[in-house]
Design a protein around this ligand. Structure first.
Ligand SMILES: NC(=O)c1ccc[n+]([C@@H]2O[C@H](COP(=O)([O-])OP(=O)(O)OC[C@H]3O[C@@H](n4cnc5c(N)ncnc54)[C@H](O)[C@@H]3O)[C@@H](O)[C@H]2O)c1
Length: 325
């Protein structure tokens, strides 16, 4: 049994990851500035509410821990990370420099940083029909968002701590992780959750609005696959960034059509061309994860979307009942 800290343990990936590690029998401390996630059962040994933009709080969070999964971040979907720059860079820089230094001082055995596909340069993501992004493509650097620049800076910070202090560090670059029990409303939700909510709220023969022309492309990774890959990376000997994502590229139109089909409704798609869309196309190359971890996604997009849609539809139905009463 190891003593493991999961920061961002009140968030989407953090709570799912903590639950899996807790099921494996480890001592799990979850830390977050807020716990409003949707997992109902107990998924931790210890829950601590802390703001990790403070060094003292990071020291408290990491005290006595063998392993640290740092998933705390100020983040959201494309709307949020397009509109918010300063606050994201400020908060995430503080969280990441303090968490890394506190982990070093508390002699943590291994540390994992949650980076993002947003580190990749804009110039490789200009067409819908893009090649998968390989880890080495991150340089020369030209991320399209402030959020991505901070992630890339923190990757470098991790590299410096590895070199100067021989700290054992793992870096995961997540590509669009989705699934049930994640943010689906409020402005921070990501594309799949937003589309599922729009379809769930629409009536049969109704309409939904898609951001952009729907021809932009992405690839999506189901939460259980992402959690499995994260743990495999933490347990591996590989100390360079690794993409954890899917290499199945879909247009947002295709994605919406699969969700609409799952719902059983007939729905017309409208388009908001002035809404934030991010890069034109983004896909993951997962050769490294396959080779060094023996990992690849197991849950198909159709299966993952079906599970996610059912959960979001249930949440929307429950909300409607509460609103009526
Ligand atoms: N979900 C994805 O598709 C995706 C893709 C790329 C990278 N990531 C990265 O993975 C990590 C987890 O993402 P997620 O989707 O679970 O997001 P999330 O927003 O659900 O979880 C992040 C958690 O961090 C917490 N947090 C924010 N500021 C904090 C602070 N000052 N102190 C303590 N906790 C704080 C939030 O309250 C939240 O619960 C993040 O680092 C994110 O950037 C996620």
């Amino acid at each position: 049994m190891s003593r493991i800290l999961v920061t961002g343990g009140g968030g989407f990936i953090g709570s799912h990851l903590a639950r899996e590690l807790y099921r494996q029998g480890h001592f799990i401390r979850v830390v977050d500035v807020k716990f409003d996630n949707y997992i109902k059962e107990k998924y931790y040994s210890e829950k601590v509410q802390l703001d990790l933009r403070s060094f003292e709080n990071c020291l408290m969070a990491t005290k006595g821990m063998d392993y640290v999964y740092n998933l705390a971040a100020n983040m959201g979907g494309i709307g949020y990370i397009t509109n918010v720059g300063a606050e994201i860079m400020h908060d995430n820089t503080l969280i990441n420099i303090y968490m890394l230094e506190a982990s070093r001082r508390n002699k943590v055995k291994r540390y994992l940083f949650s980076s993002s596909a947003c580190v990749y340069p804009t110039f490789l993501q200009k067409d819908s029909d893009v090649k998968g992004l390989k880890e080495e493509d991150a340089y020369p650097a030209a991320p399209d968002s402030f959020y991505g620049w901070e992630k890339l800076y923190t990757e470098k910070l991790c590299e410096a701590y590895q070199r100067d202090y021989q700290m054992s560090i793992r870096i995961v670059r997540y590509h669009n992780v989705y699934g049930p029990e994640g943010t689906y409303k409020g402005g921070r939700e990501k594309s799949i959750a937003a589309l599922c909510r729009k379809v769930a709220e629409a009536s049969n023969l109704g309409k939904i609005t898609i951001w952009g022309d729907g021809k932009q492309t992405r690839s999506y990774c189901y939460i259980d696959d992402a959690v499995r890959g994260t743990i495999m990376l933490m347990d591996s000997d590989y100390d360079k960034p690794v993409n954890i994502g899917s290499d199945r590229l879909v247009t947002i139109n295709e994605l919406a059509d699969i969700i609409i089909k799952i719902s059983g409704k007939k729905i017309t798609k409208l388009y908001d061309l002035s809404a934030p869309q991010g890069v034109r196309g983004r896909n993951a190359d997962i050769t490294v994860a396959r080779k060094v971890l023996g990992w690849e996604p197991q849950v198909s997009l159709e299966e993952g979307l079906s599970r996610t849609y059912k959960w979001i539809e249930m949440m929307c139905r429950e909300e409607a009942v509460i609103a009526k009463s």
